[in-house]
Design a protein around this ligand. Structure first.
Ligand code: G16
Length: 544
């Protein structure tokens, strides 16, 4: 009989899961009982049968292995029958979602702070995913948070560390720990979904790519799928070894942090397509030769062509996007005669729609795209869908984009981030916006006239749950739009996100500079919200 050890503890403030789990500095997680309190609060709150299976995986960042060993011992003390853990403590977020579904686990702990930097002075995170493979919905995260506020003990067993680098089964207390190949199941799934033969043929015919894994978790997945299975040349995947500190970079696939890839793609030696993924492998960046594709456009273009991929033939049920994502996908949905759902920011809001079969593809402006194959966004999946479409249609990225806009019109779109700003200033800015909601309609700002302003609220069409205060929307009479919200994934101060959008119909000015096309909206954002006054910043830190 395994001896269960009870450790006394006291609650920590501030363990409320954000947009995607609990994210804090490593130093915060290293405090005595900090990670254990949170993990025990998860185990105390979630639904599971005795003896059920738990999946544990992470993006390989600093502190990953330490927390995995803690979590394994705690799972053994909390009545789990089996833990599945990726070799080296590695599982990309979409791979973890797939493993949870495939092995019918009751849930999983995904250890990641996504695109945030890693290392002893950087970020760490823990997220709980439920049995459908998706992030815990708000009802569950609220229960976990409530539990963290009253927790007074956690359970563990005395056991040696598991050798995470050796595939196979070991016993920890009465529980079995299976160290599994983190890549194989996921790579097999991708091969079922897409026309690998068509892609292989295109590659053999000279189609080239560069995939930047940003020294993060997708390296091993990308090498196996792109180089080994699809035949792209060795060296197609760069920065392919996961590092605990991501080589000192932000593993964030945007035009700032993936600058090198962008510059390559805009130059003379550009391959046919450039792509990148983030720390935990759920985000994606797509750049064609000479043509960057915004995540919002990527969702729309993929949705318009998804039925080319074998697993999606004849079954596009609907499209979902987060509210700040551009309405480009809405136009595709309308043209194809399928519904389009608008959810708050956070992949967890897509879970019910996917489970109910109401949507097949979802996406967010924050570089996330995915489908009903798992319940997370999936970076490599998006890249492979692009490859499948390009291979079958035999068309360059740039031409596909132009043809898309010529048919549906173009939603010029940009996001301005003001990072690490003073929290009080950020709160004051949002409070000021809320106070002004009643008086904004009818107001003229430069050449724009406000048609409607509100605070976005979402009623889940499947379970009726309501999520309020999900961002401030200002809609103008000419159809353009500004959205303001505070990030829920940062770990320091506050980050203000300003989302700017303007529609240009088919036949209009479809190939202009985005910044120039959005100049009026950019000026209006400052006039309406007082960005400079509240943040002390005269320009955003990151424009995507
Ligand atoms: C997470 C969520 C996404 C969300 C993103 C941005 O992504 O999973 O659904 O869009 O955060 O959130 P925010 O604007 O609040 O920072 P990830 O890749 O960080 O897990």
């Amino acid at each position: 009989m395994t001896q269960i050890v009870t450790v006394q503890t006291q609650p920590y403030d501030g363990q409320a899961p954000g947009t995607s789990g609990l994210r804090k500095k490593v130093k915060v997680f290293q405090q005595a009982n900090y990670a254990e309190n949170f993990i025990q609060s998860v185990f105390d709150s979630v639904t599971r049968e005795p003896g059920s299976t738990l999946v544990i995986g992470g993006d390989g960042r600093f502190h990953n292995r330490t927390v995995i060993q803690q979590a394994i011992r705690m799972a053994a003390a909390n009545g789990y029958g089996r833990v599945l853990v990726g070799r080296g403590g590695i599982l990309s977020t979409p791979a973890a979602s797939h493993v949870i579904r495939k092995y019918k686990a009751s849930g999983g702990l995904v250890l990641s702070a996504s695109h945030n930097p890693g290392g002893p002075d950087e970020d760490f995170g823990i997220k709980y995913n439920i049995a459908n493979g998706g992030p815990a919905p708000e009802g569950v995260t609220r229960a976990i948070h409530a539990r963290t506020l009253e927790i007074d003990r956690w359970f563990t067993v005395e056991a040696r560390d598991v050798d995470l680098d050796r595939i196979g089964d070991v016993e920890v207390g009465a529980m079995t720990v299976s160290v599994i190949d983190p890549v194989a199941d996921y790579a097999d799934l991708m091969e079922e979904l897409f026309d690998f033969a068509a892609i292989r043929k295109a590659v053999a015919g000279g189609f080239t790519m560069r995939f930047d894994a940003m020294s993060a978790v997708t390296g091993p997945y990308a090498v196996e799928i792109l180089e080994n299975r699809l035949g792209f040349a060795k060296g197609t995947v760069v920065n392919g070894t996961p590092l605990e500190d991501f080589g000192g970079h932000h593993p964030d696939p945007n035009l700032i942090h993936a600058r090198e890839l962008h510059d390559l793609m805009m130059g003379e030696d550009a391959p046919d397509i450039g792509a990148a993924s983030d720390g935990d492998g759920d985000r994606n960046l797509i750049i064609g030769r000479g043509r960057f594709i915004t995540p919002s456009d990527s969702l729309a273009m993929l949705a318009a062509n998804i039925e080319i991929a074998p697993a999606y033939k004849g079954r596009l049920a609907g499209i979902a996007r987060s509210m700040p994502t551009s309405a480009a996908a809405d136009r595709v949905a309308e043209a194809l005669g399928v519904p389009c759902f608008e959810t708050p920011t956070g992949w967890k809001f897509f879970g019910n729609l996917l489970d109910a079969g109401k949507v097949t593809i979802c996406g967010e402006e924050s570089a996330g795209t995915g489908s009903d194959h798992v319940r997370e966004k999936d970076g490599l999946w998006a890249v492979l869908l692009w490859l499948n479409i390009l291979a079958v249609r035999q068309i360059p990225v740039d031409r596909l984009a132009r043809e898309h806009w010529a048919r549906f019109g173009r939603n010029y779109y940009a996001r301005h981030d003001y990072e690490g700003i003073d929290k009080d200033g950020a709160d004051a800015l949002m409070a000021g916006l809320e106070d002004s909601l009643g008086s904004l309609a009818g107001r003229s700002v430069g050449a724009l006239r406000v048609k409607l302003a509100d605070s976005f609220s979402y009623t889940d069409p499947v379970d009726g749950s309501v999520s309020e205060n999900q961002g401030i929307r200002v809609l103008f009479e000419d159809g353009s739009r500004i959205v303001f919200r505070l990030s829920g994934t940062g770990t320091q101060g506050a980050t203000l996100r300003v989302y700017l959008e303007r529609y240009e119909p088919a036949g209009g000015r479809l190939d202009e500079d985005t910044g120039a096309m959005l100049a009026e909206q950019i000026a209006a954002a400052d006039a309406i919200a007082g960005i400079t006054r509240h943040t002390g910043r005269s320009a955003p830190d990151v424009i995507t």
